[in-house]
Design a protein around this ligand. Sequence first.
Ligand code: OSB
Ligand code: MG
Length: 375
Amino acid sequence: MIVLESVQLREIHLPLVHYFETSFGRTDNRRIILVTVKTRDGVGYGECTAGEEPDYSCETTETAWHMLADFIIPNLLGKELPDARSVDGALRAIRGNRMAKATLETAVWDLEARLLGIPLSRHLGGTRRHIPCGVSIGIQPGIDALLKKVGRELAAGYRRIKIKIKPGWELDPIRCLREAFPDIPLMADANSAFRLSDLPLLRRLDQFNLMMLEQPLDDDDIVDHAALQKELATPICLDESIHSAEDARKAVEMGSCRIINVKLGRVGGYSEVLKINDYCGRNGIPIWCGGMLESGVGRAHNIAMSSLSAFSLPGDVSASKRYYAEDTVHPPVVVTPDGTIELPERPGIGYDLDWERIQRASVRTRDFYRQEEQR
Ligand code: OSB
Ligand code: MG
């Protein structure tokens, strides 16, 4: 039985070592919510993956803080939860807001794994000892900069290159990359920047042997994606459109995608991830772990999730130093020269939080305590 005695919310501001540009725009500085959950005898940590702006998702750092403080935390404090798996059901009365819910849900899974004295990956049923890593490369100021950057990431050992595309930055960068690196695993992520009427252009991407084309069309669409997939040889991978195992099933049954990008926050936490892992494993749909420019705490959760059996493709899970000069965990997440991350062996997420660093980056904290029952 898990009974949360207290929860702490904390907002930190972390500058990215380099801005990250997608079809939505640029991010220079992250506003990240960290959460600490405590029972009488345990502690666990989570990170909110919501971004600063409502572009990738309708959730933002600020809406997540509101949902956590005013609904999610009051709903869970003092409640008798049979186990971490039951948190998802306990939050069912709160609609949507999956990133906010996942912040708490993932922290309780970390707490439970720590209480059991086992790594979170093992607690989830993960089987991998190390995970293959890819990189997500933002829109660059020009082709030369892109080629240089890709060369550096390949030299560092990364096993798959993903570039962000948008109208006007698609065919040329991909053609130049293919000429320079004919055989690398290469893919492109459009973050919903195209329409079905762009079919003639998107069809031309088929000649470049991309592993997949990620989320070319609207975030809330699986109908046009199905129409597009029929016309393309390149597999479509859905990211923004998939919020649950049911979404995954419907998209697969409609033929809207052949691959799925799984993000812990976007689907509301580990309970849903486990269902997606089961469904995709049974149906031969490869999945991989997406990234949200997480700091170390969220990154450690992504690593644990990536150990699950259906996560067969390299994810957007890369080294701390690609994002932050000083991360929230110590030591930072490192990638081996052959492009893998080793699963930590210690209990829970398996990385220590760097409280000195976190303290310096903090802009607000709020503590919540269980109300003692009146007698
Ligand atoms: O679409 O995968 C995406 C970052 C922010 C929002 C959406 C996305 C991304 C990334 C970055 O691609 C992945 C990473 O954390 O390296
Ligand atoms: Mg994406």
